[in-house]
Write a protein that binds this ligand. Structure first.
Ligand code: PLP
Length: 410
């Protein structure tokens, strides 16, 4: 057996300035990582340095600052290509986040290529970002939206999926990891089944990119997307990966500067991907910050991240289940490091508010997955989501505070 990689969590925590703060008079216990992750000083300092000393617009300048800024953005694109193991830099498109990536595919791919009566398959555990763009497209173009159900543990029903796949299925859009349940979906199998039926596949990687090594070539997905702010990078920047053949066939998403080859009043021709999809001045400092976040994750390594987060998940599951009346929603065999829980007599918002007063940041609500909440017949859940910088001591603090809250609400 291979020795487990050594992971010095206290050393890693020193990289994240916010983690040594207090909230409501208590040491901050940040367990809302599925909503957004904290930023290491490497990312903060890189962006600060760029804005203080290196800021210029990219592509257009013939002076040194602009050439350097352009090069930094190109380097960030290469880092992301390596991060996802895409085959070409041109398959990496910078967007605002996972939401914009999915909207881009709905507009550039869906609107152009799908025809009345074509079918799109999503699942019952999707984030609204991977439901609403498809629903709107279906209404606009007369398409049919089909939904893979989930079982009581929160796993996809693949037998039903097989039956839903048909000759008119054009696209399957599935989350890799559920933000509300933690379920890790068997995306390789899903992609194989979809391709066998002649359909393309978009994987929403918003909750997988922070936790596991993604290899888009091995996965063989047609599209994959994630948000920078969930992988320890800045907000306002994210990535869409697309196979080159699709990107070439798609329409642009937005129109304007930087995405053209030539413009005249009679006719405009478009640049090749990725620029075809990147109209206007991009989020330059954020792109560079994202590149730094990717470097940071690479230095820590997904083997260490996985081990630390799995230990936290197992420990927290055990601790929380000892609390009378606590029920975990989402008990799939394959889970990432988050726990959604409910009590019959306590509203999740009340629980979240009390935990906040103990300095614990968790999320309470429908997690932008209203159909999933309906499936489990709960209005909302309280969700604790862990990152590699969290500790077992923080899990103990969480469990003690949840227990205390149950006593307060008696
Ligand atoms: N998809 C999933 C599974 C998510 O968890 C989220 C955000 O929580 C999104 C998509 C949307 O990400 P963003 O708001 O960064 O665009």
């Amino acid at each position: 057996m291979m020795a487990a990689p050594f992971f010095d969590v206290q050393k890693v925590r020193k990289d994240f300035p916010i983690l040594s703060q207090t909230m409501s008079g208590h040491p901050l216990v940040y367990l809302d990582n599925a909503a957004t992750t904290q930023k290491p000083r490497q990312v903060i300092e890189r962006m600060d340095h760029f804005l203080r000393h290196e800021n210029a617009n990219i592509h257009r300048g013939v002076y040194r600052l602009s050439e350097d800024a352009t090069r930094f953005c190109d380097q960030a694109r290469s880092k992301v290509r390596e991060f996802l193991n895409a085959s070409k830099d041109s398959e990496i498109i910078f967007v605002r986040g996972a939401t914009e990536a999915i909207n881009l595919v709905a507009a550039g791919f869906g609107r152009k290529l799908l025809k009345n009566g074509d079918e799109i398959i999503i699942s019952a555990m999707e984030h609204h970002a991977n439901i609403v763009p498809w629903q709107a497209l279906c209404q606009e173009k007369g398409l049919v939206l089909r939904v893979i159900p989930v079982n009581d543990r929160g796993e996809l029903d693949l037998e039903t999926f097989e039956k839903l796949l048909g000759p008119r299925t054009y696209l399957v859009a599935i989350t890799h990891v559920s933000n509300a349940l933690g379920t890790v979906n068997p995306v390789k199998e899903i992609i194989k089944m979809a391709h066998h039926a002649g359909a393309c596949v978009l994987i929403d990687g918003a909750q997988s990119a922070p936790h596991q090594k993604v290899d888009v070539q091995e996965m063989d997905c047609d599209f994959y997307c994630f948000s920078g702010h969930k992988i320890y990078g800045p907000t306002g920047i994210g990535v869409l990966y697309g196979k080159e053949k699709h990107l070439l066939a798609m329409d642009p998403y937005q129109y304007g500067g930087d995405m053209i080859e030539t413009v005249s009043f009679e006719k405009t021709t478009y640049a090749l991907p990725p620029h075809k999809f990147e109209a206007g001045t991009p989020a330059i400092a954020e792109i560079i910050g994202l590149g730094e976040a990717v470097d940071y994750l690479k230095a820590i390594g997904f083997a260490a991240i996985h081990q630390q987060e799995k230990e936290l998940l197992d420990y927290a599951t055990k601790k929380l289940l000892q609390i009378p009346g606590l029920k975990i929603i989402g008990t799939a065999a394959e889970k990432e490091s988050l726990i959604s829980f409910v009590f019959d007599q306590i509203h999740p918002h009340d629980m979240g508010t009390v935990l906040g007063e103990f300095g614990i940041a968790v999320r309470a609500g429908h997690h932008c997955a209203m159909p999933l909440m309906k499936r489990f017949q709960v209005p909302a859940t309280t969700r604790a989501s862990f990152a590699f910088y969290n500790t077992k001591v923080e899990v103990d603090v969480l469990a003690a505070a949840v227990l205390r809250a149950t006593e307060l609400f008696k």
